[in-house]
Design a protein around this ligand. Structure first.
Ligand SMILES: NC(=O)c1ccc[n+]([C@@H]2O[C@H](COP(=O)([O-])OP(=O)(O)OC[C@H]3O[C@@H](n4cnc5c(N)ncnc54)[C@H](O)[C@@H]3O)[C@@H](O)[C@H]2O)c1
Ligand SMILES: C[C@@H](O)[C@H](N)C(=O)O
Length: 302
């Protein structure tokens, strides 16, 4: 989306992992480790970067299995990015998450401002990011912007160690084996969002004039569903889909501590946030995208 608006050469992607050939050929891609401050600084200075979108992180479930690494990437990495943004007067976007709330937060819905006592290192690091960014905004004028994303559902990448991963994996399974084993209880309700809505929200928020922003961290919402409801919607397209439930105590415990719905009324009021994808649209789009991808990769479709 950014490359369409600003020109492919003006948006540089980075990671520590080699991208797919498709991503690599779309525009500039560089290696950047968020733990290597000198390298980050070189990239910013040499390329005259003025916006920084900081996605690198370890997600909730995988974070619990390596707390030290998660702390390094999510907290030390964030500090590097904050310092860099301040030093070079960049606009900085950092995503937060439904995981920034905990069992003592209001869950249905969770408002922007309420008790936040998450019980995962991921959640703790995201609350830290929200607070550090807001602190540097008020103290030093950093143009820090943060959206709390729901579980994001995309056909482009495989799930990366989160608690909401089932809602992506189920589409892959539905089109391959026709069987999905779900690690959450069928009635576990969580806020979710199609990747297109997530990208559009991020770009619209980054482009919003500062005078419209009464908060620096906003909830954004689109849909909220349970595994059972998702299965019912997928079965409208693939009636043969078989789902079994085998709750994983770690991920179930995390999901039970997160909001069931998000209150995003402030984002709607201040900068005009409006989601486009409901559950039926999300399911239709995911199945059609994944079908095309499987066919072009010469994989069968169940
Ligand atoms: N996916 C979701 O449902 C969701 C929901 C809410 C918020 N978010 C946030 O969005 C961001 C992206 O999430 P995602 O789902 O793409 O996660 P992901 O795990 O798929 O991707 C994280 C990326 O960070 C990279 N990374 C790891 N260590 C790094 C390092 N030292 N330096 C540079 N890069 C490094 C990884 O290589 C990977 O490409 C995260 O900040 C996450 O908290 C995601
Ligand atoms: C919700 C989000 O932050 C991520 N998908 C996770 O489950 O960890």
């Amino acid at each position: 989306m950014l490359r369409q608006q600003y020109g492919p050469e003006n948006v540089i992607l980075s990671d520590i992992k080699k991208p797919s050939a498709e991503v690599f050929n779309m525009g500039p891609f560089v290696y950047a480790d968020v733990l290597d401050y000198k390298n980050l600084r070189e990239l910013v200075v040499n390329n005259g970067i003025n916006w920084l979108v900081h996605y690198s992180a370890m997600l909730s479930a995988v974070g619990e299995s390596n707390v030290q690494l998660s702390r390094a990437i999510n907290i030390t990495g964030l500090h590097n990015v904050l310092d860099l943004a301040l030093e070079n007067s960049m606009r900085l976007f950092v995503p937060s998450t439904i995981g920034a709330f905990g069992p003592t937060s209001p869950r249905d819905p969770a408002p922007d401002l309420c008790i936040q006592r998450p019980r995962t290192i991921y959640g703790v690091s995201k609350v830290h990011a929200e607070l550090m960014g807001e602190y540097l905004h008020h103290k030093n004028g950093l143009d820090f912007r943060c959206l709390r994303y729901p579980g994001v559902i995309s056909a482009y990448t495989h799930p990366g160690g989160g608690t909401t991963d089932y809602a992506v994996q189920i589409f892959h399974d539905a089109l391959s084996t026709g069987h999905h084993e779900c690690y959450l209880h069928p009635q576990t309700r969580l806020p979710m969002m199609h990747i297109s809505d997530c990208h559009r929200a991020t770009v619209e928020f980054m482009q919003a004039p500062e005078c419209q922003l009464y908060l620096r961290t906003y909830n954004i919402a689109a849909i909220s569903f349970t595994p059972e409801e998702l299965v019912e919607e997928i079965r409208k397209h693939l009636p043969h889909l078989r789902v079994t439930y085998k709750p994983d105590p770690i991920r179930q415990n995390i999901a039970d501590s997160w909001p069931m719905r998000f209150d995003d009324s402030n984002a709607r009021r201040d900068w005009g946030w409006e989601p486009a994808f409901g559950l039926p649209e999300l399911v239709t789009d995911m199945l059609s995208d994944l079908r095309k991808r499987r066919v072009s990769a010469d994989l069968g479709v169940s």
